[in-house]
Unconditional design. Structure first.
Length: 232
């Protein structure tokens, strides 16, 4: 099975330039792969480097050593060395990232925010809006809110808008950072349904799931980050 993400000998060191160049070693020697139809939960204690590694896959953080190859456009892109144009293209068409917090431009309507990932890939606006509306309905966002900016919504509503946006385009790869955190039982079940649908379409998913029940429901395996954590 061809891996959609393949990380080899990954290491991460943070350098605190405002504190005299102090170095904080986080990860070292990490090897990792995930293929289509897999949902891999990153596991480990708080501070072990789960979020750091996920941000390295998305190229929010650079690699100090190693490579993180992503299948993209019939080839492979090393997110550790890719230029900004290549990274943006991967994010636009191949790899989605649902963080814990919704970050949007104020005053943009919720429906437009959810449809935007589809529109930038060339999807017709009418089709993108239809897909966005369907996701918002499924995630119990009232239609009366769709024309409003989500910045004033409740935390749970913002999280569901964020999830709808992340699942609007059918990315081959999805990174999920605690997608069910702070959701009630009903809405948690709806999000898990979306994850299962994405898996059935062949998406490769890497996630952080502190909710053990959610992890058991959708994850095909776990990957313990602790053996690659650098001791303080």
């Amino acid at each position: 099975m061809t891996a959609l993400i393949s990380a080899k000998n990954v290491a991460k060191t943070f350098i605190l330039h405002l504190q005299g160049g102090l170095q904080i070693n986080v990860l070292s020697g990490l090897d990792f792969e995930v293929s289509a139809h897999e949902c891999v939960a990153l596991s480990g204690s708080s501070g072990s480097g789960k979020s750091t590694f996920m941000r390295m896959i998305y190229a929010n953080y650079t690699c100090s050593e190693g490579s993180i190859h992503v299948r993209h456009d019939g080839g492979r892109i090393d997110m550790a060395t890719a230029n900004p144009h290549e990274i943006l293209d991967v994010r636009r068409r191949t790899m989605g990232y649902v963080s814990q917090f919704l970050r949007v431009v104020p005053r943009i309507p919720t429906l437009d925010i959810v449809a935007e990932p589809l529109i930038v890939t060339g999807c017709a606006k009418s089709e993108a809006m239809e897909r966005a509306a369907d996701l918002l309905r499924r995630l119990n966002i009232r239609e009366a809110l769709w024309s409003l900016s989500p910045v004033t919504f409740s935390g749970g509503e913002q999280q569901r808008v964020n999830i709808a946006r992340g699942f609007a385009h059918r990315y081959p790869i999805l990174l999920l950072d605690e997608p069910t955190a702070s959701l009630d039982t009903q809405n948690r079940s709806l999000v898990l349904e979306l994850i299962e649908e994405a898996l059935s379409h062949g998406t490769a998913i890497v996630g952080i799931f502190h909710d053990l029940e959610s992890r058991k429901a959708v994850c095909t395996r776990s990957f313990d980050i602790c053996p690659f954590q650098v001791a303080a």
